[in-house]
Design a protein around this ligand. Sequence first.
Ligand code: SF4
Length: 359
Amino acid sequence: MAAPQRKARLTMPAPVAADLLRWYDQHGRNLPWRVKFGRQDPYLAWLAEIMLQQTTVITVIPYYEKFIARWPNVTTLAQADIEDVLAAWAGLGYYRRAHNLHRCARIVAHDFNGRFPATEAELKELPGIGDYTAAAIAAIAFGRRANVVDGNVERVMARLHAVEKPLPQSKRLLRELAEETLPQLRCGDYAQALMDLGATVCTPKRPRCSVCPWHKSCLAVNQGDAEHYPLATQKTQKPKRYTTAFWLENGQNQVWLRRRPATGLLAGMMEVPTTEWQENAGQTDAMPSGLPRRVAWHTLPKVLRHSFTHFDLYVRLMYAIGHNRSENGDWYDKDSLKTLALPSLMRKIAAAIALWRDG
Ligand code: SF4
């Protein structure tokens, strides 16, 4: 007989929101975008939530502070050039977010008179705002009773209720379980409390169950093995892609860069010219157009690996000193690379080249 998806609670009490909120009032993290016991400005809540998509809190903090110092409200961000937004975003990854951020700011500034809509349904109509982000903004900025469920919350729910069904098939069940505990009041604080619990106490490895406010309600702990949950079906390996990057210098402290197309992966960002990114490792030699062929290209011994969401990219590196007058790119001072809209992959390439050349 198949195991039940959710274990019976018997005499153990169900988790209640008040216990988590009491814990949050004492132990919740102080973050630059956070307002405890109140509602956050919708612009700030939105900005933080977009930046936090697939990115850690520590990484986001300096970017968030830089953005609000430069663009303190949605109107100023809407008036900014996309080039400036991309340059300020450089290094944060997932650059589609920066394009959507800018588009969303323009829509809110022009179509909503500078005010974000308050409901999840309306928020989800805006670029870059999916289910999770809409729920988070609705709860944190508007006090709505929204069910804010991400991987951290799924893990907490799987453990609290000892859910035997593996992820991702259990997603719906975990969402229903999260819904059962939602409070009527302090919905924004509750959402952030749950985020903090997952990030600082109910961690993937070695959860700190002895300080958990839901310790007495947790079925996983009761059966002595919190880390057993959440169960997951075997992951499949990411596909691989291959390319060659061509780093051309002119001997005057400048490097040749070009801009990527306006659509697709890393849209509109600057890049070191590369060959097409291919699935076949053996076909990465064809030099991109606009690069000089009659210079001595050196192949570096190191091959870089860079992980994107849906594939791993392996990058062979070529280096040369020479001149170039092509229209497909331009020379940039190497000292200015920090201020350019260079994605993390390109920064990795620049660092590997510098290490090889100066090492
Ligand atoms: Fe997670 Fe432990 Fe708390 Fe259960 S008691 S919810 S496993 S931290």
